[in-house]
Design a binder for this molecule. Sequence first.
Ligand code: ZN
Length: 418
Amino acid sequence: MIRLVNPLSKTLIASLVAVMTLLFVATTLLPYAPARVEARQYFSTDEIDLALEYTFQRRLFFWGTTAVEIALLCVFALTPVGRQLGDRFLDWTGQRRVPAALMFGLVFFILDQLLYLPISVARFYHAKDWGMTNLELADWLRDRGISIGIDLVSRAIIGAGLYTLLIVLPRTWWLLAPLGGGALGVTYAFLAPILINPLFNDFTPLAETEWQHHQPRVRALIDEAKVPVEEILVMNASRQSNHTNAYFAGFGSTRRIVLYDTLLKKSSPEEIESVLGHELGHWMHDHIVKGLLLGLLAAIVACLALDRLLRAAVGHAPWNLQSTADPAGVPLVLLIVFVGSWASAPLQNGISRHFEREADQASLKLVGLPQVFIDIEIKMARINIANVAPTPWNVWLFSSHPPTLERIRMANEWKERH
Ligand SMILES: [Zn+2]
């Protein structure tokens, strides 16, 4: 009988499952009392418990999709299935490696989407039950179809670029791929506001909306922060949900500030300024440029690691790659990317939380209304049913923003100092 799983694969699968199970237990099953006590100053026990329940249920969906992903990766990347399918795709494409790699990627993508679909539909109805989405199923399916299409095209471009570089420049590809990726990232950031975002929402200049009376104050704040944006747009975010937010988008001539209509509907001018002040803070601290440079550095380290791991798989079971550019290595590449993104998540989120703290400080300094800042934090946590008592493990692994209580504490400290 052919041994499906060799000892190395067995060890890798066992380690992967063990680490992910530990993370699941640490982030989802462990209770954490201290934050609950502090949260009671601002939220009722019912609110805290409801948010804990909601977060817990959402985490179960998240871990469900993660389990599907791991199972699929284990089957394709850690058994001889990858080699066999790789050979088949090479036959079909007349031994042309780039099309064979793309074909393999496509098969993996379709399987992943099919397995993920039931969970994702259940997730939609769950959000509907909790009043967290304003979409109907048909609109949700339409949006999801467009997202999947964009995702597929992006992955095809990245995959074709990667395998072309692996074939043409097998020794230096790991240095050039991040530069190419960076250029693609900047192009995407430039085009997204004009080509992609309008597929999901309408964007109207603030001066042409019913909230035009906010225009002078918003403009004055932007000028005070010396941020060079031409356009202030309102997005009909209420199409998707009641979340309130504002964000920066674009590069160069497509640069704009976007305000959610949900924010304008429900907030006082001071509250809008406080939220906007945070976004301007990101700009004042150069977070976009810093983020790009850090991303470039991380991509170089990641591609170098990928190069060394692919080399180690050449001629070794279960992969038996003929070279690093062998299409049979596609699932292994996907597995390495998966493990790498989990391993780097705490660092990435740590940096993101640092940026968010800086933006919060900038907002307090610019607008100078700490109590308004605190009121918005409480209001947003209620609208988003945010978990205001997350365990330290959750913050460490998942939080791109500081927890609500930490942001409130920071505003209180600022208030005392000024
Ligand atoms: Zn932010």
